[in-house]
Design a protein around this ligand. Structure first.
Ligand code: AHR
Length: 336
């Protein structure tokens, strides 16, 4: 795949300037949270790939970094990007995908806001012979022929890593955990919950005493944590499915006169800069990385499926974990 991909890239570099004006238009409209922008085949040169991409929204620092990575990588690869922001609504994503099909883009990629309910629109893409690449989140469909590949993290493993850190602390007394879940029905919310529960099942003193969605947002995390602090008499640990909700929880804990990271330990997922700073400051205790910089790999896959090449059905992102010392060491060069 790499040799043909790089020769395609070299050819496309010469078309980069031609597509720059159309790309600027795309980026400008995307910033307004618009419907799909640009003009499909009519706007692109004949040898330029047009990619229709439906993003979940702009709910978190992770998402902003992911969007930037995709936009930068499309420009670098000379791919004409039709970008649509779904504002965390499945109906907006379905509308965007139908619009991409109508425009006859070359490839469709999207990060599904929730796991279920995609078969009909994906069958429409298949009938139109437009290959689909899933990125970041997958769909729950029995028919895997509806998409060419899925590039993204192993969310269950992320949940396991979060649970393992807590088990490894070796607490002997009861440990009461409150969980801030991601968006209801979203793959990372379902899988991070499952992975964490699987590991702490081996430590009966650790119990999840309350679990509620904060929708992956800072305001959602703060609101849910405020309610937990009233309804739960004894909270030892917050397990937040992303950094933004952990940062919201920190605000709620401090407003309640308690010390995050000490009175209440916090485990989170993502490792975006704000989360890493809170970890370095001792307000978060442990972060499992979820890498948003998927753009370059996504463009490689888009080029390969467009060329009719075989691609792996699943490409898993490599990720690590951070404690306070690791966060202090990583922060100066952290890209997102
Ligand atoms: O799908 C990835 C998740 O979505 C990130 O962990 C979260 O921050 C984002 O909103």
């Amino acid at each position: 795949m790499s040799t043909t991909t790089s020769s395609r890239r070299l050819t496309r570099r010469s078309t980069l300037l031609r597509s720059a004006a159309a790309l600027a238009l795309t980026l400008g409209l995307a910033a307004c949270g618009s419907a799909p922008s640009g003009g499909g085949e009519a706007a692109a040169g004949e040898d330029t790939i047009t990619l229709g991409f439906s993003q979940v929204g702009a709910e978190s620092g992770w998402r902003s970094a992911n969007t930037q990575s995709i936009q930068d990588s499309a420009a670098e690869a000379g791919i004409e990007l039709q970008f649509s922001d779904a504002q965390q609504k499945q109906e907006n994503q379905i509308r965007a995908i139908r619009s991409f099909i109508q425009q006859r883009v070359d490839v469709i990629a999207f990060s599904p806001v929730v796991e279920t309910g995609w078969d009909t629109v994906l069958q429409e893409a298949k009938r139109a012979q437009i290959p689909v690449v899933l990125t970041d989140r997958s769909v729950d469909s029995a028919d895997t022929s509806l998409y060419a590949t899925f590039l993204g993290s192993d969310f269950i493993e992320e949940g396991r890593k979060a649970g393992q850190w807590l088990v490894d602390q070796g607490d002997t007394g009861p440990v009461n955990v409150v969980e801030l879940q991601g968006t209801t029905g979203a793959a990372p919310a379902i899988d991070r919950k499952e992975g964490f529960a699987e590991v702490i099942a081996g430590a009966p003193n650790i119990q999840v005493v309350a679990s509620q969605t904060g929708d992956f947002t800072r305001s959602g995390g703060r609101q849910v944590m405020e309610a937990f602090l009233v309804s739960q008499p004894d909270i030892d640990v917050v397990y937040a499915h992303n950094d933004d909700m952990a940062l919201g929880a920190i605000e709620a804990i401090e407003a309640a006169g308690r010390v995050p990271g000490q009175d209440i330990r916090i485990i989170s997922v993502d490792a975006v800069k704000d989360g890493m700073q809170a970890l370095a400051d001792g307000k978060i205790n442990f972060i499992v990385e979820c890498n948003p910089l998927l753009g370059a790999q996504l463009m490689d896959l888009v080029e390969a499926v467009h060329a009719g090449e075989q691609v792996p059905a699943r490409v898993v992102t490599e990720e690590t974990v951070f404690d306070q010392q690791a966060a202090i060491a990583a922060l100066p060069t952290r890209l997102y």
